[in-house]
Design a protein around this ligand. Sequence first.
Ligand code: C2E
Ligand code: CA
Ligand code: CA
Length: 306
Amino acid sequence: MSSENSKQTISNQQSSTEGLSTVADRSFLVMQKKEPIIFSDGFLQEAEEIKEQILLKQISFALETSQIIFYLQPVFNTKKLKFISAEALARWQHPEQGLISPDIFIPPFERHSRIHEIDLYILDAVCSFQHSLLKEGIRPLPISVNLSQLDFYDQALSDKILFIVEKYGVPHFLICFEITESTYMDNQKQLLATLQSLKNLGFSILLDDFGSGYSSLDILSKAPIDILKIDKDFIQMIGCSKKGERALQTIVNLSIDLKIDVIAEGVETKEQSNFLAAIGCTHIQGYFYAKPMPIKAYKEILQASR
Ligand code: C2E
Ligand code: CA
Ligand code: CA
């Protein structure tokens, strides 16, 4: 990080601390009067907003100082009995707090329309990793990168992606994109056009969390989707709900009908794995086979499987 940036981070932190002390000062004044403390909605909202601003600055700092990394979770093909690809999952390696889950730092960046910063950063890191494998003579497997639907508001998204992938000279079939449903893009025309342009460039497109969102079927019928990822809530119904099991069978049949691959995500038990294999689902991702792991461990299993 440049000294200019570090100065900026320090001064940013100071200004947010000033905001916090205003809230703290007001609480102190109330306490001095020995009156019951009643926090108005506006007051609590202000405190929440200050907390959010501090978190946003900490995440920006984490990006600048390479504290954001990715873990890889392999996808297993039960027919071929081997790993066939992996998903990159962002982690925040905090110097004091250890590994922080994306559930803490992805939503604030989505709320402030800055999620593209994380997604393109992870893409860059994944391409650099694939490039390093190729240089070492290790044959890589495709890795998928998560893209928020909010990323698609940027008309230059596919150009930016292409620029990053080309920078490392990574063959396009080694990079896939997962479109998540955690946020919804209201400009579906632009979303579909960008997906088509990514597809034309030779990248595979996965529809993540299939069945959980409100537009899954709509996107599936219009976008050039290569792979469906069944939401893990469905997998948890195996052995508990006959209706849930039938819904799973229907999704697998639909993917066979559409001639697209299907991955069941969040598979934790042998029973779930056996059920999925029996209904024709050949691709599985979940703790039962492998948890998300650091790239060093992934490289070892990759070498062992080749
Ligand atoms: P996701 O894309 O649906 O990723 C799958 C999540 O399920 C991961 O959580 C993974 O660790 C977890 N998982 C995998 N197998 C199992 C299992 O067998 N059981 C259970 N209970 N969970 C399993 P993680 O890594 O905490 O990521 C949470 C979410 O954060 C992701 O859900 C994705 O929506 C988001 N995310 C992670 N990295 C990125 C990123 O780089 N960009 C964006 N936009 N979102 C990301
Ligand atoms: Ca995903
Ligand atoms: Ca998912």
